[in-house]
Design a protein. Structure first.
Length: 159
């Protein structure tokens, strides 16, 4: 395993811990960290339900916190780690923030915007291009999402 693979697994593991926080709050379990020069600058997890805010995705929460931390709306030379493939909103945000690299865990077969359904980040017409690596710790990332929705379906069935 290369150093990059090991580093990606380390930060994805941290993002998974944040996804568990979202899970405990009744949110879709997605966690995210933004890394610069080998250290975490900001972290976040899904909050749309509890904050009554459709834009409160893990990536948005993380990027907002990073902008405040770095006192800049641009986040060059950073890597965003997220447990689920980003949607179009979050992919667009990464382009605007000038994030250098995206690493995600599970593919999102319904709304994924980084290759599964759309390829927003792969469109060369954008003025900024990101490196993208998907499938890091995919099994663990898929498992938490599946468990969350299985529990939701079971709960709905018993209501």
């Amino acid at each position: 395993m290369s150093d990059e693979d090991e580093t990606d697994r380390l930060f994805m593991h941290h993002a998974l811990q944040l996804a568990k926080k979202a899970y405990q709050m009744g949110e879709v379990p997605v966690g995210c960290v933004l890394v610069k020069e080998g250290r975490i600058i900001a972290e976040g997890w899904n909050h749309p339900i509890n904050q009554h805010d459709p834009s409160a995705h893990a990536e948005v929460m993380t990027i907002r916190a990073a902008g405040q931390q770095l006192k800049n709306y641009r986040l060059p030379d950073t890597t965003l780690y997220v447990t689920l493939e980003p949607c179009t909103m979050c992919a667009g945000l990464m382009i605007h923030a000038r994030i250098k690299r995206l690493v995600f865990g599970a593919n999102e077969p319904k709304t994924g915007a980084c290759g599964s359904v759309f390829n927003v980040l792969g469109d060369e017409r954008h003025n900024h291009q990101l490196e993208v690596a998907g499938g890091v710790m995919q099994g663990e990332c898929v498992a938490i999402i599946k468990r969350f929705f299985a529990e939701r379906r079971l709960l709905k069935k018993h209501l």
